[in-house]
Ligand binder design. Structure first.
Ligand code: NAI
Length: 358
């Protein structure tokens, strides 16, 4: 007979009511022995150098996109007795994996929780900027039914450039193929799934030069940090639209503002923003927001900014909760976890895809 699972406390940071609901619901569906061995403690604040000691007594922590697991935070968690870090997200640019490796921590992520959810949102952003639905929505509410300034472009026959053809990039390309678009992509690790859609791989410069719409779906690494900058924006077709649902650090905000002002960039849609950690996921409507670049971006009529919500579907939240608890179970049982990034002091991801310094 197998021994009962060891009691395990999981401290869950940066939680919102919807996170609590999905994790509590999923926890209640575990086998009785497993369920009774896992205690969930929810914190509504992020993990940081100040809050990491509050994880004392927890064996594992669960964190989200804007929790920064820098070397001091990881060291503090380790000193508090934490041995596992479970990411409720796919991207892992916010974790210093080298430090986690040296501390012997287990780190796992949720690699694909409905890639279609993110891809569909990227398409929604392409269409909003192109057909100006964000402006039309406000206009008709004020009784203004004029069409002046709302003209867009038919998508069929346009060239769409995909930077990063992983799970989300390919899902995005599949939808754009359905629109009758020509597909180009840049990815140092090409996949058949993109070619099967009729897509062609090209060097980044050519993708930028030829595309009417460019959508970013690569991770944030040392190599991709500020991949969209003054030089690469200059390579883009005049009037092209840029969409970023991946990570804010891929885009140099100052350069993008300059490209919008000069009208070289025809439109921009962001679901992620470089300084989002200090702003997103909170109601700031009664505050004076201090980030002048974000506020400038929001003044352009051809810019749509959303608060990192591309993942936010019921299906994705369920998958995040289920996968997080499966990852925890693998950690508890000391069995290989398909989603681990670091296990038993070994880094399991390619060195070249390591996160940027944090
Ligand atoms: P994935 O790991 O399946 O695909 C990433 C792709 O980027 C891979 O094909 C990889 O080879 C490629 N890549 C690596 N370096 C590159 C470079 N220098 N240039 C171009 N491509 C490069 O990841 P997935 O699931 O498709 O997610 C992509 C990104 O989307 C994540 O890293 C994450 O940052 C972001 N994301 C955003 C969400 C949101 O709510 N806005 C939700 C989930 C993910």
């Amino acid at each position: 007979m197998s021994s009962p699972p060891q009691p395990t406390n999981l401290a869950i940071f940066s939680t919102k009511p919807y996170d609590r609901a999905s994790l509590t619901r999923t926890h209640s569906t575990l086998s009785p022995a497993l369920r009774d061995s896992i205690t969930l403690t929810f914190h509504d604040f992020p993990v940081s150098e100040e809050t990491a000691p509050l994880a004392r007594g927890a064996h594992a922590v669960c964190v989200f996109v804007n929790d920064t697991l820098s070397p001091p935070v990881l060291q503090s968690l380790h000193s508090a007795g934490v041995r596992a870090v479970l990411l409720r997200c796919a991207g892992y640019n916010n974790v210093d994996l080298a430090t986690a490796e040296s501390l012997g921590l287990f780190v796992a992520r949720v690699p694909a929780y409905a890639p279609e959810a993110v891809a569909e949102f990227a398409v929604a952003l392409v269409l909003a900027v192109n057909r100006k639905t964000h402006r039309a929505y406000n206009r008709v509410r004020e009784g203004n039914f004029s069409l002046d300034g709302l003209m867009g472009h038919t998508m069929r026959g346009k060239t769409v450039g995909v930077v990063g053809t992983g799970k989300i990039g390919v899902a995005f390309a599949r939808i754009m193929q359905g629109f009758g678009c020509r597909l180009l992509a840049y990815d140092p690790f090409p996949v058949e799934g993109f070619r099967e859609l009729g897509g062609e791989y090209r060097p980044l410069e050519e993708v930028l030069k030829e595309s009417d719409y460019v959508s970013l779906h690569c991770p944030l690494t040392d190599e991709t940090e500020r991949v969209i900058n003054e030089q690469t924006l200059g390579m883009m077709k005049k009037g092209a639209v840029l969409v970023n649902t991946s990570r804010g650090g891929l885009v140099d905000t100052k350069s993008v503002i300059a490209a919008l002002k000069s009208k070289h960039l025809g439109g921009l849609a962001l679901d992620v923003y470089d300084g989002e950690g200090a702003i997103f996921y909170q109601d700031r409507s009664t505050e004076i927001i201090q980030d002048d670049e974000l506020m400038r971006l929001m003044t352009f009529p051809n810019v749509v900014v959303c608060g990192h919500q591309a993942f936010f579907t019921e299906e994705a939240l369920t998958e995040i909760a289920e996968c997080t608890l499966r990852n925890l179970e693998d950690f508890m049982n000391r069995v290989p976890c398909p989603n681990s990034l670091v296990r038993e002091g070994h880094l399991l991801v390619r060195r070249e895809s390591l996160p940027v310094r944090i």
